[in-house]
Design a protein around this ligand. Structure first.
Ligand code: ADP
Length: 165
């Protein structure tokens, strides 16, 4: 069984992430979306909120292969080793992503020689979407309906109401 882990912050999940997930689901027998618990970052959504939004998006998308949602803390390669998984799935939007992704993939290769990172390119129409810009737009009341699924729009509105009185 070919299994891949798709790791990330997913703060929150966007149509860009979902585009990569759909492409991953067409290649692998199972994909685990793994939310990184990173104490150094100040996320807008809690890990549980992020996982719930991902679960809801998966329910709506109806993938042909199982998609699991999980979270992890610490080194990604340790998470993979514990689960005996050898593939990391990552998305590339533009050349600007490449330098960072190359660095991370190289470190992971050094730490775990039996792990490969597979990069998939998003549809051009989603290539400009980032969780960061979605949060910035939502914070100022801008329209994010083309960038994230409806349940994420609702969650962003609820959060924005709290953070911008
Ligand atoms: P991280 O904080 O680890 O970069 P993100 O949640 O921002 O986590 O992204 C997870 C993965 O999804 C990364 O590989 C990132 O390049 C990819 N990604 C994010 N947005 C898009 C998008 N719009 N199109 C394609 N890939 C994307």
């Amino acid at each position: 069984m070919r299994v891949a882990v798709y790791p990330g912050s997913f703060d929150p999940i966007t149509y860009g992430h979902l585009d990569i997930l759909k492409r991953g689901a067409a290649i692998f027998d199972k994909v685990i979306v793994a939310v990184l618990i990173n104490s150094a970052k100040q996320p807008l959504f809690s890990v549980d909120e992020r996982k719930q939004m991902i679960e809801e998006s998966i329910k709506q998308a109806n993938y042909k292969v199982p998609i699991e949602v999980d979270s992890f803390e610490g080194l990604l390669v340790d998470y993979l080793r514990n689960k005996d998984i050898h593939v990391i799935l990552r998305g590339l939007r533009a050349i600007s992503d490449f330098e960072y992704e190359l660095q991370v993939a190289s470190i992971n290769r050094k730490l775990a020689k039996d792990v490969e990172t597979i990069f998939l390119m998003t549809n051009n129409m989603h290539s400009f979407i980032s969780s960061g810009s979605v949060k910035e737009i939502a914070k100022y009341g801008g329209d994010v309906t083309d960038l994230v699924p409806p349940h994420v729009v609702t969650a962003l509105k609820e959060k924005s109401a709290i953070i911008t009185p």
